[in-house]
Design a protein around this ligand. Structure first.
Ligand SMILES: [Zn+2]
Ligand SMILES: [Zn+2]
Length: 304
């Protein structure tokens, strides 16, 4: 459970600044309608604190040392969960903010409120099937992304109901104000493109010297698979673990050792590795440069 103190007037709209390495938390806060700025990797602790103070934002962090800073005056939430959605739940619980959630009212990329737009305005931008089946559309005034109430929206709604601790039926019956729903979509996902470094880096639970970027997952419109980019520093290693789904791995850079069950492979660029379900495995960097690879997992059935 996160903790917090002295957060002032409850009536004011809470705004967050989310510490580096918690990019997924920032995105989910935005999906829930909260203003959540994300701190880039290069920022120093002092810059993080300064940003929070100068903009009147509540700091969301996992860093125990950072929250000891007096200047913060207790305006922080210290999250413990490694799971982004659970961490968001901790933030909302700590501040009593679950009733304030307004899902699907903010662009998850730009952190600005999205605006309702006329169907005619967006017609050229959305697939024909969506154009004929959907009535309500919204658009981000900054990046121009168009949102609607598609299959992806249904999937996100399910997860959001989970965070808010309500059943989907309760959500539907209006116990929680989700009237602003209907702004986010992707019927099978609209095609879009971005660069890997636009996706924030995150830490990997139980790993040493490993960073991951969730290049593609449900928060970007995918419904079946998540594509992650791992970077393992020299001497680093992912946790030795196993789970009921497979890994599909493609090596981009560097050299590594992959242990899978009783097998051990040395791999390098262009190598492909299949890690079967329920087989203990880990990835180690072997060499002087970072070991970088793509790893694809299913979104459902505990793919995370
Ligand atoms: Zn945007
Ligand atoms: Zn694994």
């Amino acid at each position: 459970m996160g903790r917090s103190r002295g957060l002032g007037n409850k009536a004011e709209e809470p705004r967050f600044v989310v510490d580096t390495m918690l990019g997924h938390v920032a995105r989910w806060l935005r999906f829930l309608g909260f203003d959540a700025e994300y701190i880039p990797k290069e920022a120093s602790d002092s810059e993080v604190v300064e940003r929070a103070l100068s903009e009147g934002r509540i700091l969301v962090t996992r860093d125990h040392d950072l929250v000891r800073r007096r200047a913060l005056k207790g305006r922080y939430v210290l999250v413990r969960s490694e799971d982004a959605l659970k961490a968001v739940g901790e933030v909302l619980d700590a501040l009593g903010l679950k009733p304030e959630a307004r899902p699907f009212t903010r662009c998850p990329e730009c952190n600005v409120p999205i605006e309702e737009v006329d169907r005619d305005c967006v017609s050229p931008l959305v697939p024909i099937k969506v154009r004929v089946t959907q009535k309500a559309f919204s658009r981000c005034p900054r990046c121009g992304r168009v949102f609607w109430r598609g299959k992806h929206w249904e999937q996100m709604r399910e997860r959001i109901a989970g965070v808010l601790g309500v059943g989907r039926e309760e959500v539907d019956s209006g116990e929680v104000d989700l009237s602003a729903l209907g702004r986010l979509g992707g019927e099978g996902g609209m095609a879009h493109k971005w660069r890997y470094d636009e996706v924030p880096e995150e830490e990997v639970e139980g790993a040493v010297g490993v960073k991951v970027r969730w290049l593609l997952d449900e928060s970007r419109g995918a419904r079946n698979f998540a594509m992650r980019l791992f970077e393992v520093e020299p001497g680093g290693c992912t946790p030795h673990h196993s789970h009921p789904y497979e890994h599909e791995v493609f090596v981009l850079e560097g050299r590594g050792i992959v242990k899978v069950g009783e097998e051990e492979f040395e791999v390098g660029p262009w190598d492909v590795v299949f890690v079967p379900p329920n087989t203990p495995h880990c990835f180690k960097c072997k060499g002087v440069g970072a070991f970088k690879f793509i790893c694809v997992v299913p979104l459902k059935k505990g793919g995370r």
